[in-house]
Design a binder for this molecule. Structure first.
Ligand code: FAD
Length: 558
């Protein structure tokens, strides 16, 4: 029996974007359901930089130039970017004041203030008793939260406190799985039971697609539930070929894929199995130490080139002394707990998927191509173009979260009133015993190799053949209950979304921003356009939108 729930605004996902949207909708007087699956959000592990025109030393013009040209490489959606830059100072000031987010001024904006000497667990649960047992954001401990809070944890904890204190927000623990095409109903599992939620506006905020890769510095559970659900309902995605990688994530057996935040000492180097200095090898004699390199996308491509050629790559801290390390260094704290030999034995690393630059196509109010359905935060795309400028993701999530939450509340529509429909697939299906973890592992490895920081046509093509096999396998899976059904649905969508990215990467026969093709190493003016993709009758349909020369100066990819 499917339970029915009714609300004005349904928000799916409880990272920075979802929480801000829920608070904004609730402050407009709406009844809000916030559905969170209890899995860790990127927000809680982020490093809390908030890059926007927050003070005189860093203005809108500088940021526009930096985002649209230096990083976005001419592909930013100029209307979205203008809205973000215009609204961010006001929205961020409101949010920081209203929810008591502690911040410090930094060169390019603000930074959430880290609660030093507190673990993430302390910060999230220390003040709470009511939710501490029920509210399981436990997997975070598998990442970094066990040892140390990050700046992002502090920001997340304040938003969470505000959401919990808001009488207009009902928090439900569960996963949204199906979006009814053409209506504003969602099929979900809430506390493992099937529920249909009828809303008048829906805000999707389920984060990025980084969990589709073998190595990610994000929670690996971010595999695109929201993208898959929206795509199945007919929504369009944009810029989906642009996936940002961080070059230095720990790849040691039994250690979580920790992100080596660059607060390590200056004399840290990068070596390979042959003992070569990888920076000198690829970038010339002038490049010896990691501290000399500021282009992380270029570094990710260098590391991946070594790995694809069969080399292990390592960060070597042996030239550093313990006194060179800042006492509150995030990298130092994590490594001393997880890889205690790190000062003498080089630490194996790999590029980790870090940020999904593309996502659901939205307008300046956060509306997707589906009526009364919004997308915010990392699951929305378009504003960053070919690459994201550092520190702008949280500002994007919070600014558009607030814009979309308000807009959704002021423009309630919806057309599902009174319908009581079970939207989920049936709880049982005959078929092979589902080996979801194995299949997901194979998919992630294929993606890391073929869709990683360096791509070429041949590898992308052979990944397509693998995906066809994966799809067959996933379709043959049966299930015996809703939980198993959810796992099968997730892996099916993970394959679909991987294939969607792959096709977009294959079509873009140039290198631009974080899309790096070794067989097309230069940028091409012919590709000054965005790709928009939607599913129709089970097939991907691509459209191209020219951005015009005024939006972009020709760029060449280093
Ligand atoms: C290590 C690291 C450092 C970073 N540092 C910075 C920084 O300094 N500055 C910056 O601007 N950005 C930074 N970022 C990026 C930034 O943290 C993210 O882009 C941002 O937090 C995304 O917020 P979000 O709300 O869109 O998604 P998330 O915070 O990822 O939240 C999405 C939530 O939705 C849940 N969810 C998924 N599917 C479902 C479903 N079907 N039903 C219900 N819930 C679901 C997920 O489990 C998750 O809890 C960093 C990221 C990482 C990983």
């Amino acid at each position: 029996m499917t339970e029915l729930m009714v609300t004005d605004v349904l928000v799916v996902g409880e990272g920075a974007a979802g929480q801000t949207a829920a608070l904004a909708a609730s402050e407009e007087g709406c009844d809000v359901i916030m559905l969170g699956d209890g899995r860790p959000p990127s927000t809680a592990v982020s490093t809390g930089f908030l890059t926007f025109a927050a003070h005189d030393r860093f203005d809108r013009g500088q940021l526009f130039e930096a985002m649209s040209q230096v990083t976005g490489k001419g592909l930013c959606d100029s209307a979205l970017l203008a809205r973000l830059l215009d609204e961010a100072p006001k929205v961020m000031a409101e949010v920081i004041a209203a929810y008591g987010i502690p911040v410090d001024k930094v060169e390019r904006g603000l930074r959430a203030r880290r609660a030093v000497n507190k673990s993430g667990r302390d910060l999230l649960y220390g003040l709470e008793t009511e939710y501490a047992k029920r509210d399981t954001v436990e997997d975070i401990t598998g990442l970094m939260m066990e040892f140390s809070s990050t700046h992002g944890t502090a920001l997340y904890a304040q938003l969470r406190k505000a959401v919990k204190a808001s009488p207009g927000i009902r928090r439900l623990r569960g996963s949204a799985l199906v979006l009814d095409p053409g209506s504003t109903m969602v099929g979900a599992l809430v506390d493992s039971k099937p529920v249909t939620i009828i809303a008048r506006s829906i805000v999707l905020a389920t984060g990025g697609l980084q969990g589709l890769f073998e190595f990610t510095d994000n929670p690996e559970t971010l595999t695109g539930d929201g993208h898959g659900m929206a795509m199945d309902a007919g929504a369009a995605l944009v810029d989906i070929e642009f996936m940002q990688f961080y070059p230095l994530a720990v790849r040691e057996e039994g250690v979580p894929t920790l992100f080596l935040y660059p607060d390590f000492p200056k004399l840290s180097t990068l070596t390979n199995d042959n003992g070569e200095n990888v920076l000198t090898k690829h970038l010339g004699e002038g490049s010896q130490y990691l501290s000399e390199l500021h282009n992380w996308d270029q570094l990710a491509a260098v590391v991946q080139t070594e790995i694809v050629e069969g080399q292990g790559v390592y960060v070597d801290f042996s030239e550093t002394k313990s006194t060179d390390w800042a006492p509150d260094s995030l990298t130092g704290t994590f490594l001393s707990k997880c890889v205690p030999t790190f000062m003498s034995v080089p630490v194996r690393i790999a590029p980790s998927s870090h940020y999904t630059v593309g996502g659901l196509k939205v307008d300046v109010d956060g509306r997707t191509s589906l009526p009364n359905v919004y997308a915010v935060g990392e699951m929305a795309g378009g504003v960053h173009g070919a690459n994201r400028h550092g520190g702008t993701a949280l500002v994007d999530a919070i600014t558009f979260g607030r814009i979309a939450g308000r807009h959704a509340a002021r423009n309630l529509g919806g057309n599902a009133a009174g319908r009581n429909t079970s939207l989920l697939p049936p709880p049982r299906k005959a078929g092979r015993k589902a080996q979801v973890a194995d299949l997901m592992g194979n998919l992630r490895r294929t993606n890391q190799f073929a869709l990683g920081p360096i791509r070429d046509g041949a590898r992308l093509q052979s990944a397509g053949e693998r995906f066809a096999e994966f799809r067959e396998e996933a379709l043959s899976f049966g299930w015996n209950n809703y939980t198993e059904m959810q796992e099968v649905l997730r892996v099916q969508r993970a394959i679909l979304l991987s294939d969607c990215m792959r096709r977009a990467m294959f079509r873009r026969t140039e290198s631009r921003g974080v899309h790096c093709r070794s067989d097309f190493p230069n940028s091409s003016d012919a590709w000054l356009k965005k790709q928009v993709v939607a599913l129709r009758d089970g097939e991907f349909h691509f459209d191209e939108i020219a951005v015009g020369r005024s939006n972009a100066r020709a760029t060449s990819h280093a």
